[in-house]
Design a protein around this ligand. Structure first.
Ligand code: NDP
Length: 489
């Protein structure tokens, strides 16, 4: 992987509607996270522009036969799209790195590769979920017929722009829907390139549309559009509530929400501490903690606390921050100055509440963008801001426990239940803890997703409703019609 010059990258800066780049709307500047330099601007889609996208999508569905053609044709087009994404991995990865927090080396071999494989995974469901035949009396035939919704909407965050888009678009298209997607105004452009490649691969124009803009105007208009039959959102819990409300106010529609987390890393004294430290540090360093599943609360049995913290300290000390367009960069910038100030605020409040900083605790200076040191906070309680709130930065709080029950009680967060990590050599204990933890994903003796897209992801409690990935994501893009036929005799 080579460095690239950020100014050498060209891309479309409009909406993508009906297979065309459309530039209507007031323009907002967009900064690149690595140095906070404004490098482009984007148009803000008003309710009118959103309406145009939704109407175009409905017409494209009617015109193209996307939903009615043999499903394997749909799968074939999606497979071609996945291949094209792989062929253009460097180009897409550069665009992603330019405008987001994803370092180029990770963007190309990680994010883009996973987007292509994810789309391939979803394409394989196109002809697998047609419905069921029900057990009825012999003179009846009862069927449950699966049907796409029509035009669905999606709103995605800034932390993994391409991946998050593919998690929404893949299942929606495989099920036979058209989609209108709004990316974050902080990271808007790579999603349009993904949509352009879809059309290049043979997916009919108008099936995958992108509307650009901010949450308050464009996101809100999409959430409350009456012809959006189903909505999928990833972002903060606060915005998730607003999206759900707007969706309900404009006609009843299902809403799936992938929201924040405050996920525990529960380490028992019998665990392989080196492995646990590697997994925990990896989770904290990934995208500098700007991941919904970041394992941001260490709950460790006191007998091994000092040793584990020492191992973590060593693993977290040597990060390689830098611009995302340098191949050597291994550590992501914080997405924006506002987000960095949010981390500052939570750390300052935690310090006032008595938290003791064992590592980091401040920004890494000397770079144009906002970079944050990996930070370890001890002497915290359930009330400490960094334990209570999702930081969305590289901050790990440390709490000790003696007995299993005490550890499980600490691991349970009053608000969030997205993911959890358990580290132990005792399988029985690991499985007991798995059952007790109220989290949508539990990892035992590891902490990260794999390319097993069959495993769904989603939250308990205020971490969300519904699932991304897995068969469930495709099912959520289908609705079911009950049919009962009198066959006489
Ligand atoms: P938001 O929840 O504000 O943004 C997520 C998406 O929703 C963006 O596309 C945003 O648009 C859009 N949006 C914002 N307001 C509205 C609205 N009223 N109606 C419809 N859509 C809206 O997250 P942020 O980007 O501000 O990040 C803040 C916090 O969100 C983080 O600190 C973290 O807690 C959480 N987060 C969680 C993620 C996860 O994967 N679970 C991912 C990202 C953030 P725009 O950005 O253009 O305003």
């Amino acid at each position: 992987m080579n460095d690239f010059a950020p100014d050498s990258i060209t891309f479309s800066t409009g909406h993508y509607i009906g297979g065309e780049v459309v530039a209507t709307g007031e323009r907002l500047p967009v900064a690149r996270p690595s140095d906070l330099v404004d490098y482009a601007d984007l148009p803000v889609a008003t309710a009118d522009t959103v309406d145009r996208a939704v109407t175009d999508a409905a017409q494209a569905l009617a015109r193209s036969g996307w939903a009615t053609q043999p499903p394997r044709e749909r799968a074939r087009a999606m497979r071609r799209w996945a291949e094209l994404i792989e062929e253009r991995a460097l180009e897409l990865g550069r665009l992603e790195a330019l405008g987001s927090t994803r370092p180029i080396a990770q963007a190309v071999t990680g994010d883009v590769a996973s987007v292509a494989e994810g789309i391939r995974f979803f394409s394989e469901w196109a002809d697998k979920l047609g419905g069921d035949v029900a057990a009825t009396r012999a003179d009846h035939l009862g069927m449950i017929v699966s049907e796409p919704y029509g035009v669905v909407g999606a709103i995605t965050p800034w932390n993994f722009p391409l991946s998050m888009a593919s998690w929404k678009v893949g299942p929606a298209l495989a099920a036979g829907n058209a989609i209108v997607l709004k990316p974050s105004e902080l990271t808007p452009f790579s999603t349009v390139r993904l949509a352009e490649l879809a059309v290049e691969a043979g997916i009919p124009a108008g099936i995958f549309n992108v509307v650009q803009g901010n949450g308050a105007v464009t996101g809100d208009a999409l959430s409350r559009h009456p012809d959006i039959a189903k909505l999928s959102f990833t972002g903060s819990t606060r915005t998730g509530v607003a999206v759900m409300k707007a969706a309900a106010e404009s006609g009843i529609k299902p809403v799936t929400l992938e929201l924040g987390g405050k996920s525990p890393q529960l380490v028992f004294a019998d665990a392989d501490l080196e492995k646990a430290a590697t997994c925990i540090a990896g989770s904290l360093l990934a995208n500098a903690g700007q991941a919904c599943v970041a394992g941001s609360r260490l709950i460790v049995q006191r007998a091994v606390m000092a040793e584990l913290v020492e191992r973590l300290r060593k693993k977290l000390a040597a990060v390689i921050p830098g611009p995302t367009w340098k191949a050597a960069t291994g550590y992501a910038p914080i997405v924006s100055e506002i987000q960095a100030q949010r981390i500052d605020r939570i750390l300052a409040e935690s310090a006032r509440q008595g938290a003791q900083c064992l590592l980091g605790g401040s920004r890494i200076e000397g770079h144009g963008g906002a970079f944050y040191q990996p930070t370890l906070l001890a002497n915290v309680t359930a009330e400490t801001a960094a334990v209570r709130e999702e930081v969305f930065g590289p901050v790990l709080t440390i709490q000790g426990f003696n007995e299993e029950e005490e550890g499980l009680a600490l691991a349970d967060h009053p608000e969030y239940g997205l993911a959890a990590g358990i580290y132990t050599a005792d399988l029985g204990r690991g499985l007991r803890a798995m059952r007790a933890l109220k989290a949508g994903t539990v990892w035992i003796n590891r902490y990260s997703r794999t390319l097993d897209f069959i495993l769904p992801t989603g939250g308990y409690k205020s971490s969300g409703i519904g699932k991304d990935l897995g068969r469930q994501a495709v099912e959520q893009n289908l609705r079911h019609k009950t049919v009962l036929i009198d066959i006489g005799g």
